[in-house]
Design a binder for this molecule. Sequence first.
Ligand code: NI
Length: 457
Amino acid sequence: MILLFSAGLFGIYFLNQSHSRQTTAPSDEKYYFADSKYSGIRSKFVTRDNKREKVSIEYPITENEKINRLISESIDKIDRDFQNTVLLATVFDKPMTETISYQVTHNTSEALSIVVNIKQDMNGAHPASMTQFWTFDKKSGEVVGLADFTEQSDEAAEAIISAAKNSVSQTIKQRQQPEIDLNEIINKEALSNFIITNNGNALAWPLGQASLLPSSYGELTITVPISSVSKYLQNPTARKLANIPKPAEKPKPTPATPTPIVANKTIALTFDDGPGPYTEKLLDILDKYDAKATFFLIGSKVSARANTLRRMQSRGHQLGNHSWSHPELNKVSAEQLASEIDQTNNAIKQAVGTKPNIIRPPYGAFNRAVLEQFRQRGMSAVVWSVDTRDWADRNSEIVCSRAVAGARNGAVILMHDIHPTSVNAVPCILNSLKQQGYSFVTVQNLIGDMTPGAVYP
Ligand code: NI
């Protein structure tokens, strides 16, 4: 999807060499600001690119200074350690790389959940992947720990901890990894920082490698659907920050929380806004790596490239709806909404014989009425968990490093096959992530059964 450019974005102001920090700033450090897709949040990008290091850091700039300070201090500490390693290194076959980016998983007037992904590759050593994550009270700027969220209820904390243990042991079983005593590992302290995900309906802990479990267990996201612990969370803080169903309500079914369905680490690459002139080349690349992907298609472009759609289908890729003319679906009339969906479904059906059961609303924009229309057609909404922002940076290396930095088991990566730079980034993404043990599946295979009208991942 092409995001709306607001004035700030291409008014990127490059300010060279004037960035102040405590350590001596390398002379090639640059920074600039850009809008993010998250409401009320901008990004500050810092880059350093020289023979010794190749660094790209994206800091979130929210409306609350206190939040900004906590996150930037945490990022700077990690970056200083990296810089020290670079300073001490003597041999430079190739630059050491560091990519730090962030994702917002929950953003309401009251609450903000942010994950910072850190990937470092120090020549030859394993690429280190780490995460830092927090939920903030947006008004006060304070971090909300599990004890705050449960308002100090031991019973609530125990319920969440036990659900988290179940989630981990299930994942370990599915991955066929050795059993491990989780009682020592998963406790109040370990789970204190958490994020809210899934439209306020789940708590999650996106753990980097070796952050709780031994390194050999790899990365792991613990997810606890709120519906499974909601009776313990009937307190004002939790209600303010997340969606806590009232006790009388039947707990909502929670299919929206994907559990890994295969033993390996899997990722769904998704390509929006096509089909276009570079889509065939992309299909060649995917074939070569035996990777499956998901294409969210613009209905009006389909009939001119029906053969390309047939090829997608025959190679096991998944086809999805991305509207007819790419409007914000929450802002169009009921008639246009229906026709954006139906015309595109019909065009795809005409090309390949079946209608899609997934739709990605342009700009990720939807509301209840939009979801209701999806539901009535048996369709689920699919958004993304990693945004490569390939429409903003038409640079294959940047696109590749963002995809690789954000990758984790179960991730849905957003790209656009209408940009040649994005298509050219795909071999790099597939190579890097294959080496890390990932395989590439369709959204359907990543998520499994989806409920019509629900939003994934
Ligand atoms: Ni789009």
